[in-house]
Design a binder for this molecule. Structure first.
Ligand code: PEP
Ligand code: MG
Length: 364
């Protein structure tokens, strides 16, 4: 209804006048990104790239990569994924019209990508010229007892640098194409490395990311600035943020993992006992929905103090689920984040919460 839409616009515009926190969105499809932009998102704070590998034409190539034994074979398989990934990123840059887009490199363990159906395992074996038993042995070798604390995030980039290199090429080529098509847009890719817990991990991965990106930019003969930052989602990263900040253009707090690892319980299974904890009045809220300000929040404050102390130019955001929760948004305002990033439909709530936070804390 036109009146309601008009009133909504009016309230949101009013909120925007007061808030100092930017509001970005978590999106990995152009549809979600456009919806979020319509709702007022000022950028993408987290583009998870994992779903992109499942699209038609690429999952087969990606599985081929997983089953390959040499770096050369893996690179060849990833070459087939690259144009798809580049197209995905181009569509996101187009949807954001020059607003920032943070692209997070592959995060989940590789066993999430392997086939489970006999028929698909056989197809993969045939395509690879291997036996079904050989493919099953590869799949079994990827099994982990605790995959959320396992071979994922930047650990994948350390063991399979070719994946991160392919993603770097896709990001830079996409950015160059969109920049050429829209010279007036401010296209500055933000590459985000997940699950860093040690500065040397970031340094190691960043080295080949930068080499790959610079080679692409030079080959294209175009000026393009880009940033390499990290998620802060492991307590150790927060506690050593002064070291990490020297290698990072930005920090983005992944409070889903940071909550899981600070509390020491699984984000997927905590629901099984949390109700008893509410009844026993041990916890009042689900820490995965509402930021635990005295525990996880304290780690965030520590990371900001240490990080900004070492690199005052860095920018700071949050992209865990908490970025769309009003009381958590207020906390993010108070500790000095530059933006919150939340799912598209929470963008208006985050805009209002950010305005409320600015008003509540004015002059403090
Ligand atoms: C997080 O851990 O908070 C995060 C945003 O990353 P993901 O949910 O994809 O692990
Ligand atoms: Mg995470």
């Amino acid at each position: 209804d036109a009146t309601i839409a008009g009133e909504f616009e009016r309230i949101m515009n009013w909120a925007d006048k007061y808030r100092t926190l930017k509001v970005r969105t978590n999106a990995d499809t152009p549809e979600d990104a456009k919806k979020a932009v319509e709702l007022g998102a000022e950028g993408i704070g987290l583009c998870r790239t994992e779903h992109m590998f499942f699209g038609e034409g690429r999952i087969d190539a990606f599985r081929e990569m997983i089953c390959s034994e040499t770096e050369e074979e893996r690179e060849k398989a990833l070459e087939k994924v690259l144009p798809y990934q580049q197209g995905d990123f181009e569509a996101l840059y187009e949807a954001l019209e020059g607003n920032p887009v943070t692209i997070r490199f592959l995060d989940p363990p590789l066993h999430e990508f392997v086939p489970t159906e006999e028929e698909d395992i056989k197809k993969l074996a045939d395509a690879q010229g291997k036996t079904v038993e050989q493919i099953k042995a590869i799949i079994d070798s990827l099994h982990e007892f605790n995959p959320m604390m396992g071979h994922r995030g930047c650990r994948l980039a350390v063991t399979y640098p070719e994946i991160a290199k392919m993603q770097t090429r896709a990001v830079i080529r996409a950015a160059i194409n969109v920049k050429k098509a829209h010279p007036d847009w401010n296209i500055k890719p933000e590459i985000m490395i997940p699950l860093v817990g040690e500065v040397k991990e970031l340094k190691y991965v960043k080295k080949f990311v930068v080499e790959t990106a610079d080679a692409e930019i030079e080959a294209a003969g175009i000026d393009l600035e880009y940033e390499v930052g990290t998620m802060i989602e492991i307590p150790r990263a927060a506690l050593t943020a002064d070291e990490i900040a020297k290698e990072a253009d930005f920090f983005c707090f992944g409070t889903n993992d940071l909550t899981q690892m600070t509390f020491g319980f699984s984000r997927d299974d905590a629901g099984k006992f949390l109700n008893a904890y509410y009844d026993a009045k041990i916890y009042e809220n689900d820490p995965f929905a509402k930021l635990d300000q005295t525990g996880v929040g304290k780690l965030m404050e520590t990371a900001i103090k240490l990080g900004k102390g070492a690199n005052d130019k860095m920018h700071l955001g949050i992209c865990g689920e908490h970025g769309g929760d009003p009381s958590s948004v207020e906390f993010c305002h108070k500790i000095g984040l530059d933006y919150v990033s939340c799912s598209p439909f929470r963008v208006p709530i985050a805009r209002l919460a950010a305005a409320q936070a600015a008003i509540n804390n004015a002059g403090k």
